[in-house]
Design a protein around this ligand. Structure first.
Ligand code: CA
Length: 223
């Protein structure tokens, strides 16, 4: 899991980074709004922790602009106590959650876990790869018009593959995005889930080109 912290108070940003790294998250920091927006818009993160009062673009602007640019990464807003109006404005502008400073690190962790677990129903956009269609709003998967039943984990795995269409994903990347780090997952488990997915989305459509492709020694991709 990769997290971006956009926070101008170095002490806070650095201590969050240190704590998150101990929990095996990969963490980048931007100390001002413009850098933060650039990183958030160009790099791939699982969660963005966003301060509101920032030099350059402020937090609300960042939220709004990211959503306008179709960046749907979950955003957790950090606010100083009492800025209730800002909180509401942030949520109205596309943030997913907020935490009031000072906060406990345990609570921050719990909220990050919740945000990364949450099915990305807010994203709304229907994903397609060839004739395979994934609707994140209804959790419906169809191929060639036929409805396909998937388990929760298979949904997450397929969603991750489809959001990264044509990109090779390693087993470690897949584990990092689809499973929690505290879960005891072996690379072997990924193979099992990929096999299950294939049995559902490729095998029944023998006349069609298989969509899930194994790149030996590297990982998998869908295209
Ligand atoms: Ca600030």
């Amino acid at each position: 899991m990769r997290i971006l912290i956009i926070e101008d108070e170095h002490r806070i940003a650095n201590s969050i980074k240190k704590g998150l790294e101990q929990e095996n998250y990969a963490v980048d920091i931007a100390y001002d709004g413009n850098d933060g927006f650039d990183l958030a818009a160009t790099e791939e993160y699982d969660v963005i922790i966003l301060d509101l009062m920032l030099p350059g673009m402020d937090g609300t602007d960042i939220c709004q602009s990211l959503r306008k640019n179709k960046v749907h990464t979950p955003i957790l807003i950090l606010t100083a106590k009492g800025q209730i109006q800002d909180k509401i404005k942030g949520l109205d502008n596309g943030a997913d959650d907020y935490l009031t400073k000072p906060f406990s690190f345990e609570e921050l962790l719990a909220r990050i876990r919740a945000l990364t677990r949450r099915p990305k129903t807010t994203l709304g956009e229907v994903l397609t790869v060839s004739d395979l269609i994934f609707n994140p709003k209804t959790f419906e998967v169809k191929r060639f018009g036929k409805l396909i039943k998937l388990s929760n984990k298979e949904f997450s795995l397929l969603e991750y593959l489809m959001r990264n269409k044509a990109r090779i994903l390693t087993k470690d990347q897949i584990i990092g995005h689809v499973w929690d780090y505290d879960a005891d997952i072996l690379p072997n488990t990924v193979e099992v889930y990929i096999r299950n997915l294939r049995n559902k989305i490729d095998l029944p459509f023998k006349k069609k080109k298989p969509l899930i492709i194994t790149i030996r020694g590297f990982g998998y991709k869908i295209e």
